[in-house]
Write a protein that binds this ligand. Structure first.
Ligand code: ATP
Length: 197
């Protein structure tokens, strides 16, 4: 059995950056956010449900109008929860199937909302990527060209970072002081050893 490993952390913590280092080491990574976006365009059942709840305008010509859908859930936490309740289960199942198909000693799923979406129990070991909030805010402002307020709003939707880290088995500190690659290498060795048990 291939070990299943999760990578999580708050917005801007550096989850994707850390996941890419594992990929360089030959470990396959499932990026939940990218997969969810793709499934919204390819999973016919999911498309139908989104259309039922958010209107025909969501799929003009059969292709998702991301801007239109975004404008509906933006500033409406009820609608955002509704959308998540449609998309999350499909992505969780898709990820579980993908993980089963891997043949490396372990495989990784990277997701922001593991604990929030209840998918953490499908994972053998969870890695938390930690960065202090002021660094996370700056990174996302720079990356996405958004305001501090917009980042804070996104942070508010996620569970507290310190609590999230307590729920993880391993932590990688990505605070721009500690080197990240050696931390990943050390963890890679540990996970390879665990996979042999
Ligand atoms: P999100 O939850 O928004 O997907 P994330 O946790 O996956 O974010 P990344 O996209 O990996 O975070 O990182 C956020 C930004 O910070 C990126 O532009 C990335 O290049 C940058 N970044 C991450 N780690 C570092 C670092 N150690 N030094 C400098 N920049 C970094």
């Amino acid at each position: 059995m291939v070990l299943t490993v999760g990578i999580t952390g708050g917005i801007g913590s550096g989850k994707s950056t850390v996941a890419k280092i594992f990929e360089v080491l030959g470990i396959p990574v499932y990026y939940a956010d990218d997969a969810a976006k793709e499934l919204m365009n390819t999973d016919e059942e999911l498309k139908k449900k989104i259309e039922e709840h958010f209107g025909k305008e969501t799929y003009p010509g059969g292709k998702l109008d991301r801007k239109y859908l975004g404008s509906q859930v933006f500033n409406d936490s009820f609608k955002l929860d509704l959308l998540n309740s449609l998309v999350h289960p499909v992505t969780i199942n898709h990820a579980a199937k993908w993980m089963q198909q891997q043949t490396t000693p372990y495989s990784i799923k990277e997701a922001a909302l593991f604990f929030e979406s209840g998918s953490a129990d499908k994972i053998d070991y969870m890695i938390g990527v930690y960065a202090p909030q002021h660094i996370r805010i700056k990174r996302v402002m720079d990356r996405d060209g958004v305001t501090r307020e917009e980042v804070l709003k996104r942070i508010d939707r996620q569970i507290n970072e310190e609590l999230k880290m307590k729920l993880c088995d391993f932590i990688i500190i990505n605070n721009e002081q500690q080197l990240v690659i050696p931390q990943v290498m050390e963890l890679h060795e540990k996970l390879l050893a665990l996979s042999k048990k």
